[in-house]
Design a protein around this ligand. Structure first.
Ligand SMILES: [Zn+2]
Length: 375
């Protein structure tokens, strides 16, 4: 028999982490239920919960309904034990969010600022992050780090932008963007970040494909709760699937890419750059706008069908278009059904849950997730 002193530390950490993750997933749970679900003894569950409470990571929740006998007090996560920052950098905007461990947005800001590869621009972004933290009143030692979502291909460690067509930069280190910030920082691809945030909202899903329909088209592949990045971190670049042989020119230099037919610009260029106005006119039945939409939908249907045939799992549509799509998802399902080889594939299509902040929240999750997995 192993005495208490001989129990390897690794085992202790594993049990502690398994308990924390279970409470995080369930939202609230009793100690007997923790013991039962993890196959550990009740004293072990009680001791670990006690330690996690002492560390400020768990706390007592409400009394759970009981079917008889003593009522059990639930255990819940201390969602404000730690926080993380997410910043989404686009060509014309910056969005910043400060989230807690439950991914609740505590503070956020979004402002127009054209991207420039200058120290003045990065300093402005870093100053805004600092102001957001100051407004929140959260102590800096409680902030895990800051994730930066960018449209581009990155090194696997998230410490450099290899290149970005949208931002027109290459070999840009994360440390240049986050200079003077005072937190650990990491870069993540914008579509991967947004897709990751959507997946996090739907914990029951383990596989999904995210299609980002913004001024450029991107995507993310999430398999077994992990991002699939590909050999060169270029997985999920759905915008450059060929839809039309020798078709319209794409910004990548090729012709006929999905991006040229399905980016948000394809719609907003008909309403002076305003997607909001496009969907307003569409809702009002504007004939010219309706014709543009129907053509757009026909190309989107093709792309969506190709993705569903390839992945056979949930397909979440987001990006700039995401906030307008809810009312048109049924149209897309119907048009997909018409060209789909497999019955029921159209049911996989859903609109995103987040409106504007998905990529910023996803960037912050790049710090929340490792914390939850490794504490
Ligand atoms: Zn292309």
């Amino acid at each position: 028999m192993i005495s208490r002193a001989q129990v390897p530390i690794e085992n202790k950490q594993t049990t502690r982490n398994r308990i924390y993750q279970l409470v995080y997933q369930k939202g609230r749970i009793s100690k007997p239920e923790i013991a039962s679900q993890l196959g550990i003894s009740l004293p072990t569950a009680i001791q670990n919960v006690k330690n996690l409470r002492a560390d400020g990571l768990l706390k007592e929740g409400e009394v759970l309904d009981s079917t008889g006998g003593r009522k059990a007090v639930s255990v819940v996560c201390e969602k404000n034990a730690k926080f993380a920052i997410g910043t989404d950098i686009t060509r014309n905007h910056v969005s910043i969010v400060l989230i807690n461990l439950a991914t609740e947005i505590i503070e956020s800001t979004r402002f127009e600022i054209p991207y420039e590869n200058t120290q003045a621009y990065y300093q402005e972004v870093v100053n805004c992050i600092g102001e957001l933290v100051a407004v929140s009143g959260i102590k800096t030692e409680h902030i895990l780090g800051a994730g930066f979502s960018v449209p581009g291909v990155l090194t696997r460690d998230g410490q450099m932008i290899i290149y970005s067509h949208v931002l027109q930069v290459s070999a840009l280190p994360c440390s240049t963007i986050s200079r003077g910030l005072g937190f650990p920082s990491v870069l993540c691809n914008d579509a991967n970040a947004a897709g990751f945030a959507e997946m996090w909202k739907h914990k029951y899903r383990t596989d999904a494909v995210f299609l980002s329909l913004s001024d450029t088209v991107g995507g993310a592949i999430l398999l077994h709760n992990e991002l699939y990045l590909g050999e060169n971190q270029r997985g999920g670049e759905f915008g450059h699937m060929t839809l039309v042989q020798d078709g319209l020119p794409c910004y990548c230099g090729q012709k006929g890419c999905m991006d040229a037919y399905c980016s948000a610009l394809v719609l907003s260029r008909h309403t002076g750059g305003s997607l909001e106005l496009f969907f307003k006119k569409l809702a009002e039945g504007d004939k010219a706008i309706l014709a543009v939409w129907e053509q757009y939908l026909s190309f989107l249907t093709m792309a969506v069908n190709n993705l569903l045939v390839s992945f056979d799992c949930s397909l979440i549509l987001g990006g700039y278009l995401g906030e307008y799509l809810e009312g048109y998802i049924d149209d897309l399902r119907k048009s997909t059904m018409k060209i789909s080889t497999f019955t029921g594939n159209e049911d996989y299509i859903t609109a995103c849950s987040y409106r504007k902040e998905a990529a910023a929240v996803g960037a912050a999750l790049f710090f929340v997730r490792p914390f939850i997995k490794q504490l």
